[in-house]
Design a protein around this ligand. Structure first.
Ligand code: NAD
Ligand code: TYD
Length: 351
């Protein structure tokens, strides 16, 4: 049995990862560490304690907590770490960058320090979940490869880039067994309704206008969360020490086109609901430093890890929209005072 620490396991991608890897990797025991910030939700992990009694446990802990993290490493004798924990939202990083430095940089370095102490055995791996946003913005052409120079635009991406540089320094300086993955925009169940897709679904279901930044021509590259997580498992098991792997599904969409797809899908799924009205699109003030386009070239992961995204956009978006319609209680429960304050601040100019 392999004992794996998964940080940020109560968030969107992390909770999907925990479910998926418990199902697929019968010889893994997963220890989740999560501080349960506004984005972390124990409900995302409901049922796992009963279903996987001996292979799953949860610890409420901050990755910055030196004593707590070191104690956990001492007690658990981990075989590896997968670090999903992060402040993850660009717009929040623009409103308040400091916590992004604290969690994404200091927190990651704290985990690296614990790994340096307890992972004497070079077999034990530290996998850093990074993002394509470290590469900055593309124009109309080209894609990010692992050779693309890092050039982050937002406080969020700058903090993720800094973390990556520390991770790479730990392999060069201390010989720590590290791998980094950089994935494009994820979508799927359990994504906090501040990110584009769930936010637009929530607004539409509440008969509110859909705020599209700028002219809506910015491009994002989308992957279904399970495909990202399959790539994560492959990178953890097969990645070469000190290497970076881009993960993506070759699925670029302009924001405005994606929002129109969401509207069409909602209309289709809700045609029997009399209270649902077709939502209006509202072009609002652009995000400062808004990256124009992301495009991931996943060839290296395909070649070296055998990675291949399997879920088509059509299938993934249909599943996702159905999930948010069927799980309205889930997102309504997390729309708290804090969330309302954030939305008010972020969209104060929008109608
Ligand atoms: P999320 O915001 O949904 O979840 C983050 C989780 O980390 C939450 O459960 C939160 O409670 C936890 N966390 C935050 N600060 C913590 C701390 N100090 N100590 C312990 N736990 C803490 O984020 P997500 O979208 O699931 O992203 C997960 C990872 O994947 C992040 O590292 C992000 O940079 C990366 N990533 C995300 C995307 C995407 O499209 N969402 C794409 C590429 C990479
Ligand atoms: P987001 O989900 O925040 O992811 P990221 O900024 O990390 O790519 O946003 C995706 C795209 O959607 C991005 O170009 C910004 C845009 N966007 C809007 O136009 N309106 C919104 O209300 C939000 C949340 C995002």
């Amino acid at each position: 049995m392999k004992n794996i620490l998964v940080t940020g396991g109560a968030g969107f991608i992390g909770s999907n990862f925990v479910r998926r890897s418990l199902k697929l990797k019968k010889d893994w025991r997963i220890v989740v560490l999560d501080a349960l910030t506004y984005a972390g939700n124990l409900e995302n992990l409901n049922g796992l304690e009963d279903e996987y009694k001996d292979r799953y446990s949860f610890n409420k802990l901050d990755i910055k907590d030196k004593e707590g993290v070191f104690k956990l490493f001492e007690r658990e004798n981990f075989d590896g770490v997968i670090n999903f924990a992060a402040e993850s939202h660009v717009d929040r990083s623009i409103l308040g960058p400091l916590i992004f430095v604290e969690t994404n940089v200091l927190g990651t370095v704290n985990l690296l320090e614990a790994s340096r102490k307890y992972f004497k055995d070079g077999e034990k791996r530290f996998l850093q979940i990074s993002t394509d946003e470290v590469y900055g913005a593309l124009g109309e052409d080209g894609s990010f490869t692992e050779e693309t120079k890092v050039d982050p635009s937002s406080p969020y991406s700058a903090s993720k880039t800094s973390a990556d540089l520390f991770v790479l320094a730990y392999t060069r300086t201390y010989g720590l067994n590290v791998v980094i993955t950089r994935c494009c925009n994820n979508y799927g169940p359990y994504q906090f309704p501040e990110k584009l897709i769930p936010f637009m679904i929530k607004r539409a279901l509440d008969n509110e206008p859909l705020p599209v930044y700028g002219d809506g021509r910015n491009v994002r590259d989308w992957i279904y969360v399970d495909d990202h997580n399959d790539g994560t498992i492959l990178a953890f098991e097969k990645g070469k020490i000190g290497e970076v792997y881009n993960l993506g599904a070759r699925c670029e969409k302009r924001n405005i086109d994606l929002v129109k797809i969401i509207i069409e899908k909602l209309k289709n799924n809700l045609k029997d609901r009399k209270d649902f009205k077709e939502p209006q699109i509202n072009f609002v003030k652009d995000r400062p430093g808004h990256d124009f386009r992301y495009s991931i070239d996943p060839s290296k992961a395909e070649r070296e890890l055998g990675f291949k995204a399997k879920v088509s956009f059509e299938e993934g978006i249909e599943k996702t929209i159905k999930w948010y319609i069927e799980n309205e209680g889930w997102w309504r429960r997390i729309i708290s005072g804090e969330y309302l304050e954030y939305v008010k601040k972020q969209y104060e100019d929008a109608k």
